[in-house]
Design a protein around this ligand. Structure first.
Ligand SMILES: NC(=O)c1ccc[n+]([C@@H]2O[C@H](COP(=O)([O-])OP(=O)(O)OC[C@H]3O[C@@H](n4cnc5c(N)ncnc54)[C@H](OP(=O)(O)O)[C@@H]3O)[C@@H](O)[C@H]2O)c1
Length: 340
């Protein structure tokens, strides 16, 4: 449990990565009450520094005893590191907020989007899970609709940016785009196929029934966060050559009537959601506009006439902000508000 303090010692595990860098920026921008800032990464980053509040802070190596004196540890260095090191951070007295998939589906670990299910934080045991980026933006938009008309079924197709894979994938898209435009041969490293000027219907590993783990995250995390295992979800997750922001086409079937105008009004009133929906003016959410911003944007709200109570939505958000770093810091803000 977090003890009330004026300022907190905060570790960022994976501080040199795509999400870790964004976490540092979000902590600064939101003026999070940081006393000591401890950036942790692998031995590859030893000797590097990262900027934090007009200072260059040396990156330290992630070890089991790195967490002495740390109050809050924000993890984003992959599931393997979280599984091994998060329990050590908790024993050292820190509260862990974990961005990886390591603990999300453990029944006693809260999986939290603060605007949607903040009550799940009550009675946590030291580890709190941040949901997957594609789940966060979807449940934020859907929560007020579910409360009003009960969602029965979701059919989701995602268009996910390369920053969702991490720093190396961002570099790969830059390099490959140059190679293709200069008529040079492309050699994929991060993805199994060329990502520049291409779409890959493959995010994370395939399981035995031909779905990917990313697709299952959308199913199971949605049910856990909305606290409704009866919501049926089917998903196809696609990596697209976009640097930042995930876009999602979401078909929703409700138990009760939900007209597009009512849905727009409900989503507009939801904290963190912005409705951009004026097709006559070519106004709908776009990845390039959402990049670097905090909101979840929804547009193309329209009735699905093939079912009794259906809607189609287009949902866009920055996967590194609300999909990762911002949501994590918002969870930490809730914890300190409750502690104080
Ligand atoms: N990208 C997203 O949109 C997103 C969204 C939600 C959740 N996540 C999750 O966040 C985590 C990080 O993602 P990312 O996109 O930031 O990846 P990334 O850009 O590849 O960064 C990985 C970070 O982890 C560190 N790391 C790797 N191996 C390590 C080790 N053995 N010991 C200590 N540190 C190690 C790296 O340090 P070095 O620089 O020293 O190698 C780097 O700081 C993943 O679990 C991912 O699933 C990502």
């Amino acid at each position: 449990m977090l003890k009330p303090k004026a300022r907190y010692n905060v570790a960022v595990v994976g501080a040199t990565g795509a999400v870790g860098q964004e976490m540092r920026e979000v902590l600064e921008e939101r003026d999070f009450p940081v006393d000591r800032f401890l950036p942790l990464a692998s031995e590859r980053s030893e000797g590097k520094t990262v900027p934090f509040r007009d200072r260059e802070v040396p990156v330290e190596r992630l070890t089991e005893d790195a967490f002495t004196g740390i109050d809050i540890a924000l993890f984003s260095a992959g599931a393997e590191r979280s599984r091994h090191f998060a329990p050590h951070a908790v024993v050292a007295g820190a509260v862990v907020i974990d961005n990886s998939s390591a603990f999300r589906m453990e029944p006693k670990v809260p999986l939290v989007v603060p605007e949607v299910n903040p009550h799940a934080l009550d009675g946590h045991k030291g580890i709190i899970a941040n949901p997957n980026c594609s789940t966060i933006q979807m449940v934020l938009a859907l929560k007020p609709l579910h409360d009003a008309a009960r969602i029965r079924r979701l059919v989701v197709s995602t268009y996910q940016s390369v920053s969702g894979t991490g720093q190396e994938a961002i570099e790969e898209l830059f390099e490959q785009s140059g190679e293709v435009l200069n008529l040079r041969q492309v050699k994929p490293r991060v993805y199994p196929h060329q990502i520049a000027f291409n779409c890959l219907p493959h995010i994370d590993d395939f399981d035995e029934d031909a779905y990917t783990k990313e697709e299952w995250k959308l199913v199971r995390e949605t049910q856990k966060i909305l606290e409704d295992p009866g919501i049926r979800v089917t998903a196809t997750t696609v990596r697209v050559p976009v640097f930042r922001c995930h876009s999602e086409s979401v078909n929703v079937e409700f138990e009760r009537a939900m007209e597009p105008n009512e849905a727009r009004a409900l989503m507009s009133a939801m904290p963190g959601v912005v409705v951009l929906d004026d097709p006559g003016r070519n106004l709908y959410p776009l990845a390039i506009d959402a990049a670097g911003t905090d909101a979840v944007y929804v547009g193309r709200v329209r009735a699905d006439h093939t079912v009794e109570h259906g809607l189609n939505l287009w949902i866009v958000s920055d996967n590194l902000r609300k999909g990762a770093a911002l949501n994590t810091v918002q969870i930490a803000e809730r914890l300190i508000a409750e502690a104080g």
